[in-house]
Structure formats: C-alpha cells, structure tokens
Design a binder for this molecule. Structure first.
Ligand code: ASP
Length: 433
C-alpha cells in the first residue's frame, strides 16, 4: 500500500477507534475496570505518549528545515535576485486569498443565518488576551539575536535572518559558494529526516486522532449544528473550489493533481491542528511532489504557515455573524468591512498552533463592536473545526506557492504531473548511494 493510503487509513481508523472509546466512556455497558484500563493505559497512556512524541518530532524539524531551505533558496537566487518581486507577489496573494475567504464566510453566514434561532447560554468563560500593539508586532519581525529566534521558534525572525544570510552568501564570491554547497548538502540531509518521519506518520496520526476523538464531546455539535456546518461548508468551498479556480485560471495547472498530492499533508494538518507542526511535510510536498523550486518554496511555505490562515479567517467570519445573531445585534456594512480587514490582518504574526484562531477572534469581535464573551458559545466545537481549517490553511500555502513559482519560472511541471515524483527521487538517491 502507498504511504498516502496508509496515512489516510490510519486517520480513518484513529477516528473510528476514538469514537468507539468515547461511546464506551459515556455508556455503562462496559465493566468499570475495563473502562479504567482503556482510559488510563491505552488512550491516556500509549496513545497519548505516541501522539505527543510524534508532534514533538515534527516540531523538532521545523526550525532546521525552514532555515536550511530558505538559505539554500535565497542564496541560489544569486545576482539580480528576484527575492523582492517574489516577496511582494506572495504577500499580495496571501492577503487577497484571506480577504476572499472571510468575505465568502460573511456572505454564507448572512444568508444561512446560523445564529438566528439559537438560545444559548455560554457555560465556559472566555478570558480574552490583549494583543500586542502593531508597532511591536512589526519590530518583532527583526531578530536581535538569531539563536534566540531559533530557540523560541520565531518564524518571521528566522525568515528574515535566513534571507539575509542567503543574500550575503550569494554575494560573497568563492567562500559564499563553499557555504552554499554546504547548505545544499544539509538540506538533503534534513529532508531525509522528514522522510523518516513521514514513514512513521501512520502510527502518529492514528494515536493522535484516537486520543482526540475518545475525549471529544461530539454532543456539542448538536447544539451548534448550524454554526458548525456553515463553517464546514465555507471551508470546503474555499479549500476545494476557490483554490482550484485560482490555480486553473492563473497557471493552467490541473487542480486535481494538487488535491491528490495534498492528501497526506491534510492528514498531518487534521491530526495536529497546527500549520506549524505540519510545516516540514508541507514544505517537502510543495518542493518534491508539486515541483516548486526551493528558491520560492523555501520562502513562501514557512511564511504562509505563519501569516496565511484562510481557514481561520473563515471561522472568524462565520463566528462574527453567528455571535451577532445570537446577541440580536445587526451588523452594519462598516462592521462587515472591519471584520474583513481585521480578520485578514489578525492572521499575520500569530503563531500557527492549535486554537490560536479563537484568540485572534477576540480582536475581530472587539473591532466589530461585538461582545467578546460570545466566543464561549463556540468553544465546544472549535477543536474539530480547527482540524479542518488547518488543512485549508496549508492548502492555501501550497496553492500560492505554485502560483508564485509558476509566474517566476521556478517551477518544474514534470514533477507536478508525475504521480510518483517523490518515489522516483528516493529510489534514484538510493541507487546513487
Ligand atoms: N490551528 C490553526 C493553524 O495552525 C490556527 C487556528 O485556526 O487556530 O493553522
């Protein structure tokens, strides 16, 4: 069986086993002793440990991979570097796709009215965190200490340092060429580590999902069905239709191939609910399977994981309308525009970790003049939506990378069209060895 199929099978098996365990925990049919063993040793023991080790190993690779890949990419751009245009195009596409995403979300939510008949009492208190001022966010992009930036995993700071180093390498003559060769070798080695992790993915994905679904209160979905399915519908429309249209019209490439090749990445995004933890796999797929040269992918993918969160913006759009409807507040046109702007900008500079979308939602609600406590209403189903929106977030990163790479001629169509692009490369490397 191919690795993709094994990962997808593990995903389905994890969800199924987790849901069965959830039924057992909530029922009285199974003997209490059995329930305790299942809960404490299997779900809370083995699966918990395997899942956490898996996520830790993914995170372990993020900083080395992003750094090495970006240094390679930016140093090989060399004289007459196109880094400026690449950066501008990438930013424009990231912001534009997010604005489109939140606009569709607002339109769907206004038509479907998920909050119109809801009589909800929030049972969880939500304490909003105060976001830092914009000036600090901007200054914080520039590292004063590259080692600290890496130790703290500050992605934007790492990107800035790697770009600077790459630029210097490409302008430093012979010593630069030596260092550049070293980084290219290092990239091959770090990618090999990602390969190892991909092979272990079925176990990690299975453990994470089994544990999550065993402990998840799916019951909350019933109360919030209208909200839940509205967000889900917009996520699917954006993830499958809008990106496909963009890719087709701007590059002429077949979106079907993108969707097929992104499936393993979705499994990672879905089970970790973190674009950050998924980053090594997204980058590997975009470079090795979609054919984007690392001159572009090394920059667009890490940047996208940090600042491009279309799925998150969709949740925020629907949540804003939902909360306004529950509280009986009419949203003016100005409020809609404010939501589009804040949801688009709020995703810049926030960490790509599970649940961060709820924190920035506080900012969006505040700007739109809505009660921030409303967030407590939707917490119950947020984790499940987080998993799906993270998959949309990483698809957006891959799509924009393809569009930018294609326009910059940093794209290998043969790799994109070849269903086995990756395997061939792996076999080739083995033969060469
Ligand atoms: N979990 C999402 C991500 O990492 C962010 C969010 O929507 O909370 O992309």
């Amino acid at each position: 069986m191919s690795l993709t199929n094994r990962i997808l099978l593990a995903m389905v098996a994890g969800v199924a086993l987790g849901s069965i365990c959830n039924l057992i925990f909530n029922g009285t049919a199974a003997p209490a002793g059995f329930q305790t063993i299942l809960q404490d040793y299997v779900i809370g023991g083995v699966f918990d440990v395997v899942g956490r080790i898996f996520v830790a190993s993914l995170k372990l690779l993020v900083v080395p991979l992003v750094f090495v890949s970006l240094v390679c990419g930016s140093s090989s751009l060399g004289e007459g570097s196109r880094m400026g245009p690449i950066a501008v195009k990438t930013m424009v596409f990231y912001l534009a796709t997010t604005a489109i995403a939140v606009s569709i979300a607002l339109a769907f939510a206004s038509i479907l009215q998920p909050g119109s008949d809801v009589q909800l009492v929030a049972d969880v208190a939500f304490v909003p965190t105060i976001p830092p001022p914009l000036a600090d966010v901007l200054v914080d992009i520039f590292p004063s200490n590259p080692v600290r930036a890496m130790a703290e995993g500050k992605m934007l700071q790492i990107i800035v340092f790697a770009l600077l180093l790459g630029y210097a390498i490409s302008h430093a003559g012979e010593p630069g060429r030596r260092i550049s060769a070293f980084f290219r070798d290092l990239e091959v080695v770090v990618m090999r580590m990602v390969d190892v992790l991909m092979k272990l993915a079925p176990y990690g994905v299975f453990a994470l999902l089994a544990k999550l679904f065993a402990n998840m209160g799916i019951g909350a979905i019933a109360d919030l069905a209208a909200y839940f399915f509205t967000v889900l519908a917009v996520l699917l429309v954006h993830g499958l239709v809008i990106y496909s249209l963009l890719l087709k019209t701007l590059t002429g490439l077949s979106p079907r191939i993108l969707i097929l090749k992104m499936r393993p990445v979705w499994a990672f995004a879905f089970s970790t609910a973190s674009s950050g933890a998924t980053l090594p796999v997204t980058l590997r797929t975009v470079e090795r399977r979609l054919g984007v040269h690392n001159t572009v992918a090394g920059f667009t993918v890490p940047l996208g994981a940090t600042i491009n969160m279309d799925g998150t913006a969709i949740m925020q759009g629907v949540a804003t309308v939902f909360i306004a409807q529950v509280y009986g507040i009419d949203l003016s046109m100005t409020a809609f525009i404010t939501v589009i702007l804040t949801a688009t900008l709020a995703s810049v500079g926030t960490a790509a970790v599970p649940g961060v979308g709820l924190i920035t939602l506080a900012l969006v609600l505040e700007q739109a003049g809505l009660p921030v406590e409303g967030i407590a209403l939707i917490i119950g189903v947020d984790r499940l939506l987080d998993m799906v929106r993270t998959a949309v977030n990483v698809t957006g990163d891959a799509t924009v990378s393809l569009i930018v790479a294609n326009s910059e001629k940093q794209f290998d169509e043969q790799v994109y069209l070849n269903p086995n692009a990756d395997q061939i490369e792996a076999e080739g490397a083995e033969k060469a060895a």
